[in-house]
Design a protein around this ligand. Structure first.
Ligand SMILES: C[S@@+](CC[C@H](N)C(=O)[O-])C[C@H]1O[C@@H](n2cnc3c(N)ncnc32)[C@H](O)[C@@H]1O
Length: 256
């Protein structure tokens, strides 16, 4: 996963999520040293998480509805020299268990997925179903509260009010997202599957809306300092809810 930092030069966010995924890859490797960790990335898109996971030594199956995204994924995996470890599968999250098999994955990712699908409860159940007992399910989702503040900062008070009060946290019919969640709602969605227990909630992109361009454009040292601050802030409950995205790690319960 250290390759991810190299792959996204100059970014401030993502470090806290990467740390958690690195620990899960190490955990899977220690539990089953005889084979590579198996990851399933649902809505994995062009591979911004899947390719670093493959570079870290995982076998990664990426399920995505978009053929274009999967074509970019294959290109990216080839460029990173991990083409043989990445399996692209075109399909919907709803068909996940049929596509990749139930209960086989050591690590399941649903990053940027639950805000787009028709039925988030069904998608959460699908993520849980492909996780092996004890496996980690990592979910990253756009935060409702950060979106409220972002609209306020841009002077769009009507949109801010809509995101705050709409049951799905949308600003109107033109909103590209089907919903925005807060931390408790996201955790409840995963635990309602009956197969997952939430172990960690953290922010991703705590600083995104607030960081002045002078820092972003201040060169690698300034970006590194901001990334360190971002990682510290990610775990602070008061700041998590204003992070651009919420990250939840849930553990698949043993089967009865
Ligand atoms: C916002 S992108 C996130 C990409 C990647 N996971 C990341 O975090 O960078 C969302 C991806 O989910 C895919 N997607 C949307 N609905 C889906 C569904 N029902 N089943 C599978 N993939 C879906 C889209 O095609 C897109 O590639």
């Amino acid at each position: 996963m250290s390759a991810a930092a190299g792959e996204l030069p100059g970014t401030v966010s993502g470090g806290a999520v990467r740390r958690v995924l690195e620990a899960e890859v190490a955990r899977a490797r220690a539990a089953r040293p005889e084979r590579r960790p198996r990851a399933v990335d649902v809505g994995g898109g062009s591979g911004s998480w899947a390719v670093p996971l493959a570079v870290a030594g995982c076998e990664v199956t990426v399920v995505d509805v978009s053929p274009d995204a999967l074509a970019s994924l294959e290109r990216r995996a080839r460029e990173a020299g991990v083409h043989g470890l990445v399996t692209p599968v075109q399909g919907d999250a709803d068909q996940l268990a049929e596509l990749v098999g139930a209960g086989l994955a050591d690590l399941v990712l649903g990053h940027g997925l639950l805000e787009l699908v028709d039925d988030p409860a069904r998608a959460a159940a699908a993520l849980a179903a492909v996780a092996a007992p004890g496996a980690a399910v990592s979910v990253l989702a756009t935060s409702r509260h950060a979106a409220v503040l972002r609209h306020v900062l841009a002077g769009r008070l009507d949109e801010a009010r809509a995101v705050l009060t709409d049951p799905d946290g949308r600003y109107g019919p033109g909103d590209a997202l089907r919903r925005r969640l807060d931390g408790p709602a996201l955790g409840a969605l995963l635990e309602a599957t009956g197969r997952l227990r939430v172990e960690l909630v953290q922010g991703d992109g705590v600083l995104e809306a607030w960081l002045p361009n002078a820092v972003r454009d201040g060169g690698p040292a300034a970006v590194r300092d901001a990334a360190e601050l971002e990682e510290l802030a990610a775990g602070v409950p008061a700041l998590q809810e204003v992070a651009a995205r919420l990250h939840v790690l849930a553990r698949a319960l043993p089967t009865a």
